[in-house]
Design a protein around this ligand. Sequence first.
Ligand SMILES: *Cc1c(COP(=O)(O)O)cnc(C)c1O
Length: 423
Amino acid sequence: MNWVTRDQKSIWHPFTPLKGVDDPLCVEKAEGVYLHTTSGKKIIDAVSSWWVNLHGHSHPKISSAIANQAATLEHVIFAGFTHKPAIQLAENLLSILPSNQNKVFYSDNGSTSVEVALKMAFQYWYNKGSEKNRVIAIDGAYHGDTFGSMSVGERSDFTRPFFKQLFDVDFIDFPTKDNEEIVFKQFKEYIVSGDVASFIFEPIVQGASGMRIYRPEFLDKLIKYAQDRQIVCIADEVMTGFGRTGKNFASDHIENKPDIMCLSKGLTGGAMALGATSCTREIVSAFDSPELIKTFLHGHSFTANPIACAAANASFELLLTEECQDNIKRITDQHVNFKNSHIDIPIVKEIRTIGTILAIEFKTDQDSSYFSEMRNRLYPFFIERNVLLRPLGNLIYIIPPYIITNDELSKVYGAIEDFLIEP
Ligand SMILES: *Cc1c(COP(=O)(O)O)cnc(C)c1O
């Protein structure tokens, strides 16, 4: 039996129908921006394998950090014990996070980093003796696939079977240049109710809803208003963290810093599963007690896995190199050039870019079957050209590993141009 047949007999893939889809491609190795399949294809990973990869696949520095750590201390319970990779990583993160961040709590993916943030915010109020039960989020939000993170995310076909199990959340409209006043009014009205524990947001750019960008100045205004009323502001930087928006964190584009921050995806350079939630001294202070009742009673078997932390430390060092920072600027400039040289294309509704992210939204007649029809054409169109772009409905986006060369970027742009000319 070949590998794909064996896969289909025993494996259930994420976000993938069990019938009516193309066979998965079997990847044998990956190096730099390239995925090598068993059938001999060499595909440019222009989406960083779901936005996680920063420095290219199988980066020698990250790989050897993993190998060394695996041979020294592969894992240890993280209650009552600690280890150097976790301590080093917390110090590394706090050295580049906004200066109000004070402690790091580890988990193992983006969704759990959000669960931790929400639970911290609820228990912060509980410990202070004034229980608050509501959360404000932004329309179109995506914060993960566990129940808490689904609850604070957009209600859509993705979560429809679970609507009854999701807790109620107050959603403000997605801020655009035309509706900011209305959105601010909605925000104030929710807050006036007095029961709001936290406000959670993807800072400046919403990923899964289509790389939708909103004004940092407006986010600043929301955070300021909320923080003046002691509402805990949670920045979900799972996608935006580690240079994606051109700065280390999207929160670096704003003045008023979040109280809690969620990190994952690029945290390990995309090599290992790891989540981290950081918070301010003020949040910590509500838990600063020997009483079990005030303790944050949350943890995962693999909390702060040493191998994942070692990978994250290696990725952190790579991120801060001049070479990597220059690459981020170079990709940012290339994206802007692409945007500026592709205005007024009939099938394009909008081209958006921020930092290393470029999104191209196509016009549709809003018919959902057309959506899926478009997706079904887009994905294979690019795979045939050896470029991995995973469309989100009627849009495609590039979010590449930072080591991608201008030549490789040109190949990706070229494939997109082929589609723009002859869709
Ligand atoms: C991907 C993502 C998550 C969920 O992370 P997982 O590791 O897939 O659970 C949460 N928030 C944002 C903004 C994301 O992009």
